[in-house]
Design a protein around this ligand. Structure first.
Ligand code: NAG
Ligand code: NAG
Length: 344
């Protein structure tokens, strides 16, 4: 073997090693997923390198790359798309073009991206909102929010909450022809977390006016809300026992109060806050670090008497909902839109 072909072979093996990621047998389109993963890994490595050079913060590089995937707010033959501000928060509004006699359903959507990246303008989120508006014949509001690390919690929660409250005003709903009785709040990943948190807040607000607010619980009592021994379905527990949780120092909790804040961790909400929450649809994925949080939230909602449709995706992984280039994403979006058609 010549030296050149030996080098070529070594480079080939290195590239294959870089791209290859062992995946569970039941995932669909494994090579595509590996390809996306290699792409993300490369971005991560480059961003780390750029940060080491002291040029940019890691997340800023990600944001620059992300901005290449953004598309302008343009209408198509079926949906009118506009960009506007709700309470100073930039949102995209998708309104079906076809005539409607009745008021339409409204869906308020919150994008994911680990609180640090993402925007309503990303092509996949833009397409998801178009499809939802068109197929559900609904008005979709896809909101932005200011991102970490520049903006710290609770800014993200507040931006989303402020935009939502703006949307829920009578005047705004009337302007877009939305039925105030048929409004849903939805999101994926960090956006799903925010959707749960703002939903608790906004419905809670109504109830707080009618009844006295409940007494806040001591922090240690919060552990029962994340006790997987009692909250996870049997087949996910696999013999693990949730005993003696570790306590952190109270100084730490004081310094970072966000950890225990239900606006960041809606799973920690008291039962009183969950009672009376609206009909809920939860997607959890088997291969997702957020899986158990989602499963436990389903149990907690059901224990509090909330009606929940739970879609556990056995071959799903984190982000599966929003990679529109993958078949699994279409499957999940179809199921989600079908559920919304019947229930919103
Ligand atoms: C508009 O709706 C029609 C009919 O459902 C569909 O065939 C077409 O692909 C849609 N256009 C876009 C841009 O989605
Ligand atoms: C978690 O729940 C299990 C089963 O209900 C219970 O035995 C255990 O004491 C709980 N653990 C904590 C730390 O609350």
């Amino acid at each position: 073997m010549g030296r050149k072909s030996l080098y070529l072979l070594i480079v080939g093996i290195l590239i294959a090693y870089y791209i290859y990621t062992p995946l569970p047998d039941n995932v669909e389109e494994p090579w595509r997923i590996m390809w996306i993963n290699a792409h993300l890994k490369t971005m991560q490595n480059l961003a780390t390198f750029v940060e080491l050079l002291g040029l940019h913060h890691f997340m800023d590089s990600f944001k620059v790359v992300g901005s290449f995937y953004e598309v302008p707010a343009t209408s198509d033959e079926n949906v009118t798309v506009t960009e506007t501000k709700f309470n100073n928060i930039l949102v995209r509004v998708y309104v079906p073009k076809r005539k409607s006699e009745a008021l339409r359903r409204g869906l308020f959507y919150i994008h994911g991206g680990g609180w640090c990246i993402g925007s309503a303008a990303l092509s996949d989120y833009d397409l998801l909102s178009r499809w939802t508006a068109d197929r559900l014949d609904a008005v979709v509001v896809s909101t932005n929010y200011r991102l970490a690390p520049k903006y710290h919690f609770p800014i993200q929660f507040e931006d989303v909450y402020n935009a939502l409250r703006w949307f829920l005003r009578k005047k705004v709903l009337a302007k877009y022809g939305v039925n105030p009785e048929r409004i849903g709040i939805s999101g994926d990943s960090a956006g799903g977390n925010l959707a749960a948190a703002v939903t608790q807040q906004v419905y809670h607000l109504k109830k707080a006016m009618l009844s006295r607010r409940h007494v806040p619980v001591e922090s240690s009592h919060l552990f029962k809300f994340v006790n997987w021994s009692s909250l996870l379905p049997e087949r996910f527990i696999k013999g693990h026992v949730y005993n003696d949780p570790n306590y952190g120092s109270s100084e730490l909790a004081k310094k970072y109060p966000g950890f225990l804040d239900v606006r960041a961790a809606p799973l920690l909400a008291d039962d009183n806050k969950l009672h009376g929450l609206p009909l809920t649809y939860v997607i959890t994925c088997q291969y997702d670090p957020l899986r158990d949080d989602g499963l436990m939230y389903v149990t907690r909602l059901r224990n509090a008497g909330v009606q929940v449709t739970h879609n556990h995706v056995e071959d799903g992984f984190h982000g599966a909902f929003s990679y529109l280039g993958l078949k699994i994403s279409h499957r999940l979006i179809n199921q989600y839109i079908e559920w919304l058609k019947e229930n919103l």
